[in-house]
Design a protein around this ligand. Structure first.
Ligand SMILES: Cc1cc2nc3c(=O)[nH]c(=O)nc-3n(C[C@H](O)[C@H](O)[C@H](O)COP(=O)(O)O)c2cc1C
Length: 173
């Protein structure tokens, strides 16, 4: 099997991380992989906000947990959060942003890092606190939160993939 196909098959969502910080150059590689995702008409509607600052990371965690009325860290202790938002002016923004998320999760796996899509970015950046953060970061425009791609060094066993459902693919020959 090609390395790419192997990478796609062996990537799993990681929910336990070491404290070890992730080198900036690896974060940059993951973000770069995100920027090479296909987008509708090549308009590159998404943006990525790479958060390593612990105060901001913890604030995002709290805002995310609050959406679920919870207090547990929804980022599972991961030191890096790559927030993907996409410009709603493009009709394909949701698909564009999702592909960026997918590229970044695969890139992380390829680099020996763990990742997981953490949801509720939409709700977080629709809240007043979330909007204030975007303003603070100098992000203007009609952006919707697509997902949070958490990144870190996996701690513990790699999860095993569930068997694929039997009626996943229909071949019409
Ligand atoms: C749109 C989307 C939202 C997700 N949201 C969360 C989440 O909020 N928290 C979480 O722990 N995992 C989340 N996941 C990860 C899924 O639970 C995970 O992909 C699924 O269980 C399959 O496992 P795998 O990624 O290891 O193949 C999300 C995945 C997707 C695609």
């Amino acid at each position: 099997m090609s390395e790419t196909l192997e990478n796609i098959k062996t990537r799993r969502s990681i929910r336990q991380f070491k404290d070890t910080p992730v080198p900036k150059e690896l974060i940059e590689k993951i973000c770069e992989a995100g920027t090479y995702a296909p987008t509708g008409m090549g308009k590159q509607s998404p943006i990525i906000v790479a958060v390593t600052n612990p105060t901001v990371r913890n604030k995002l965690s709290k805002l995310n947990a609050a959406i679920m009325n919870g207090t547990n860290d929804p980022f599972y202790g991961a030191p890096v959060v790559l927030v993907v938002l996409a410009d709603k002016e493009r009709g394909t923004y949701l698909y564009d942003g999702s592909l960026v998320m997918g590229n970044m999760m695969l890139a992380a796996h390829d680099l020996g890092l763990g990742s997981c899509w953490i949801h509720r970015a939409k709700e977080v950046f629709e809240s007043e606190e979330g909007k204030a953060l975007l303003k603070e970061w100098g992000i203007e425009g009609d952006y919707e939160g697509i997902g949070n791609c958490i990144i870190g060094y996996p701690d513990g066993k790699e999860p095993v993939a569930k068997p694929r459902k039997s009626d996943y693919v229909y071949y019409i020959d």
